[in-house]
Design a protein around this ligand. Sequence first.
Ligand SMILES: Cc1cc2nc3c(=O)[nH]c(=O)nc-3n(C[C@H](O)[C@H](O)[C@H](O)COP(=O)(O)OP(=O)(O)OC[C@H]3O[C@@H](n4cnc5c(N)ncnc54)[C@H](O)[C@@H]3O)c2cc1C
Length: 421
Amino acid sequence: MRVIVIGGGVIGTTTAYYLHADGHEVVLVDREQQLATEASFANGGMLHASHTEPWNTPAAIGQLLRWIGREKSPLLLRPSQIPNLIGWGLGFFRYGMPKHHHRNTRVNARLAVYSIECMRQLRAETGIAYDERASGILKIFHDSDEWVAGRTASERVRDLGVRYQMLDTDDVMAIEPTLDAVRDQIVGGIYYPDDEIGDPCLFTRRLGDILAGEGAELRLGESVTAINSHNGSVTGVTTDQGTIEADKVVLAAGSEAVALARPLGVRLPIRPVKGYSATVDVSDCDSVPTTPIIDAGRKVVITALGQRLRVAGTAEFAGLNRTVNENRVRIVLDQALANFPRLASQIDYNAVEPWACLRPMTMDGPAILGETPVDGLYLNAGSGHLGWTFAAGAGRAVADRVAGRSPAVDIEGLKYSRFTR
Ligand SMILES: Cc1cc2nc3c(=O)[nH]c(=O)nc-3n(C[C@H](O)[C@H](O)[C@H](O)COP(=O)(O)OP(=O)(O)OC[C@H]3O[C@@H](n4cnc5c(N)ncnc54)[C@H](O)[C@@H]3O)c2cc1C
């Protein structure tokens, strides 16, 4: 069977890997000259089953509304975007209600746990290296109420296989001694031993090389302009360079999936949520944290990837605008380095690589995987803040659906049909 995958980010490329492993003739199309040029280029690097709560918590929604238009806030809603967000935003509020939020956290956690297992298997099968480390992830808290809330959230997903250890301040220092300078500001932490980190861009490009080496067709620098169908069944795609025919198409185009699906009557409740990262070589610094850290209150992540330090965070509703705003990069960097004053004094700020991109976020939180009402058109879209975490599990589950198999993970709560009932 010939299968086209639209989008060579981490999600599309991993899906292509599993489709190829199933023996299909795979065509992976991306508009950029290289894979992983958009959201999968320089994200936080974390594969975190520990961090699967959808972002529409009542606290976050309150902060978002309080901080509308405030350039320095970690959550920023630009007033010009409010008209584009009305329908999606109402859903975002509604699915923030505890019963929905708790269920969707579990849907995400189940897929995340499965995905980390799949990633370990994929690593063993391919020998792929991507500055990965199975080091676990440490969440730190500056506020006791947030620490308690973090424990409650972790308890909700423990039975799904998300292991965690509650830590007092001394325990946090034992795991990550470079935090010692701010010891008096940290009330506690939670350590998740099964989480991992790695560079999603290295991973995606190396996986692309493996696929190309094994005969999959990578069509880079080619933009899909339409998904073609006849009598309700998909027939292929039209690109800026011609037509490609196929038996099935998987749409994995990140935030652009919405516009490609709409002419076929598939309305995806996905909106772009912009985030920023900063990456800097720290090979000359002597106080680099070795444990990946999520600073829960400041909403930033801090990850050492090989000789580089990556910090990432902020959520900005700015439409499809991918412009890198240096001020917001600096906010993320300063928030992260507030925990590491010695490192902050050692970094060469001129060498910092700034980056911004769009998380494709569904209104309820979980991704959208599998069939659509158009026969032969499948989705692997809307992974939001969890696309790197989900890549292997979601890719495998979608390949299973294309082959007509039941995925090994329960995908109830992840299907498109949840929005059409
Ligand atoms: C600041 C930040 C930090 C993050 N940190 C983490 C983290 O620590 N852990 C985690 O799990 N997730 C994280 N994420 C989320 C994660 O990066 C995304 O969920 C993930 O990269 C989405 O992958 P994707 O393949 O769906 O999208 P993308 O990587 O955007 O890929 C979509 C691809 O589709 C292509 N495309 C689009 N339109 C067309 C077209 N018409 N024709 C052809 N090709 C097209 C694009 O060129 C692109 O390559 C973070 C995101 C951000 C922004």
